[in-house]
Design a protein around this ligand. Sequence first.
Ligand code: ADP
Ligand code: TYD
Length: 222
Amino acid sequence: MDSAHQRPSNGLLITFEGGEGSGKSTQLDRLAEWLEERGHPVTTAREPGTTATGEAVRRILLETATDDLVPEAEFALFLAARAQLAGEVIRPALEEGRIVLIDRYGDSSTAYQGYGRGLDPATIARLNRWATRDLEPDLTVLIDVGFEEGVARRRHREPDRLERLGPAFHERVREGYRELARNHPGRFCVIEGERSIDEIQETIRERVRGLLSTSTRRRTAT
Ligand code: ADP
Ligand code: TYD
């Protein structure tokens, strides 16, 4: 493995996944605040977005692309945004020992373009690793909520191109996420999204406390 592919050993990468309106950004913001209050340097980002390229891709995918965009093209655009975020934001932050919190990452493509759109999930996962030069999350918080509940929470907003896809699509996405979590039990923390915001945050903090104590032990040991 060449040095560009080595995982920076000091920082932590935590990703937030789930369906529409599952509460990811609410939980991410609260966790960022809690970590910062405890003196940890935190970097936050969202996918697709944050970098200039990512925000441009976001506008194409969520606003201007037509409904006949083929799944491969959709995935390639999400992947381009992810590669840029990994190189420009995530890797440098991890190298500085920061805790990086991202609203959606590679598992979103596996769930939406794989299980949802019908592309091969294993190919997507492999290309995610290629595009990010193996920057895998230390922890993935999956907030599991039904599509109807998610839509009800976001009814004040105009739905974007992917939100307009029907309940059957979003049910496949939800099942896909659950399968990913079953396949990676060490990385995933699955939380029932219909619990209160405070209860969900407490479960996440519990998990992050564990991660912080292991990573401190790892650092002191090296
Ligand atoms: P996401 O980032 O997953 O799309 P948001 O964090 O933006 O979701 O939350 C969508 C809406 O649902 C917001 O109005 C938020 O206040 C509300 N919300 C978030 N978590 C919960 C929860 N556990 N119970 C009830 N409402 C919630
Ligand atoms: P966003 O408004 O960020 O949704 P949410 O608030 O639910 O996170 O829009 C991102 C949309 O893009 C969402 O419908 C999920 C979808 N998406 C994919 O289909 N594949 C991906 O790889 C990513 C990152 C997002």
